[in-house]
Design a protein around this ligand. Structure first.
Ligand code: HMG
Ligand code: MG
Length: 302
């Protein structure tokens, strides 16, 4: 089966990776993380969230992070915006892309953003319109596309329905997200096949958490359905505060290693990413969960 020859990796560790850390990560470290990721060649770095600091205290310094990072020409710096207040913050912070984040599960929508799916769509509409008027790219994330921590199974039609609502708003990219990492390759193929019937695969990304160790296999399954954008987090950092027990996104180092083995180009410097993963893990005082990152580090130390 022909796989894409090039893949875009969106590095989400400064946002999805750090949002669930209990100890506040100093702004300086967040800024350095974003700068180092951009320098390593990622075309898109998810740098911050403009959400309620009461809901996600770790992301409270988003405006400072965005003010202090170096902007590399060509790099897209994205931020999460759940509502107009978030959008105003993103606009002031000169974000290149905003991310609206809805869910395919009613229960998760309530827990994560305190409203129903329909209410969230109504909230997103003016945000997307304002972003388009300001010339800011828009990404729409669909949480729980492969399962929900509260309602369990999520029908594929619910995922397609949210994708169609995003399309109607003219978002640029749509993230199919496995928030709690429960998906397996067969289900990923089915979900991606259904979504690609209504959305151009070039505009769909796979956002896989690795809770059940399925994320690399799921990426391969998604590649086979023509998906060529994936979200990853260095050292496998992360998790969502409103998805208890869910671990981080698939580790960037592991994905880069696999893609290199598949002769798929990403434009990212693998060795630099291993360094970033080791540095960030040392800062957080624990071993990172990237198998490839730890293997390379061990080999270097030998
Ligand atoms: P709410 O309490 O219903 O909102 O929360 P509200 O409009 O009633 O406002 C309540 C208070 O929050 C007010 O302050 C607002 O000013 C403030 P107070 O008067 O009480 O002092 N507020 C804000 N402050 C800063 N920035 C804002 C903002 N909006 C309101 N944008 C809300 C609704 C959406 C705000 C809240 O539920 C929230 O912030 N949720 C964020 C949840 C979150 O960030 N979750 C993690 C990211 S999503 C994720 O990880 C999944 C993803 O990775 C994909 C996947 O894996 O599935 C993307
Ligand atoms: Mg996530």
């Amino acid at each position: 089966m022909a796989l894409p020859s090039r893949v875009k990796i969106v590095e989400v560790s400064p946002r999805d990776g750090l949002q669930n850390e209990k100890e506040f990560v100093p702004t300086d470290i967040k800024v350095e993380l974003v700068n180092r990721l951009a320098a390593a060649g990622f075309p898109n770095v998810e740098a911050a969230s403009f959400v309620s600091p009461k809901w996600v205290p770790q992301m409270a310094d988003g405006a400072d992070v965005m003010a202090r990072i170096e902007r590399r020409p060509g790099t897209i710096y994205s931020v999460l915006t759940p509502n107009m207040k978030g959008f105003e913050g993103a606009l002031a912070a000169r974000a290149d892309e905003i991310v609206i984040f809805g869910a395919a599960s009613e229960a998760f929508s309530q827990k994560n953003i305190n409203c129903s799916i329909a209410e969230s769509i109504a909230r997103f509409e003016p945000v997307v319109q304002a972003a388009r008027e300001a010339g800011i790219r828009v990404r729409g994330s669909i949480s729980c596309a492969l399962g929900c921590p509260y309602q369990g199974e999520v029908p594929i039609e619910s995922v397609v329905d949210v994708a169609q609502r995003y399309l109607a708003m003219q978002v640029d990219e749509i993230d199919v997200a496995d928030t709690i990492g429960v998906g397996t390759p067969k289900r990923v193929r089915e979900v991606m096949a259904a979504v690609t019937r209504v959305v151009d695969p070039a505009r769909i990304s796979g956002h896989f958490h690795d809770t059940y160790g399925q994320a690399l296999a799921n990426i391969l399954a998604a590649l086979e359905t023509d998906i060529s954008i994936f979200h990853t987090s260095v050292a496998g950092l992360g998790g969502c505060p409103y998805a208890k027990g869910a671990t981080g996104n698939v580790a960037t180092e592991d994905v880069l290693y696999m893609l290199r083995g598949l002769d798929i180009d990403t434009g990212v410097d693998f060795d630099a990413v291993v360094d970033i993963g080791q540095w960030m893990s040392a800062h957080l005082n624990r071993k990172g969960s990237s198998r490839a990152g730890n293997a390379v580090a061990a080999k270097r130390a030998a």
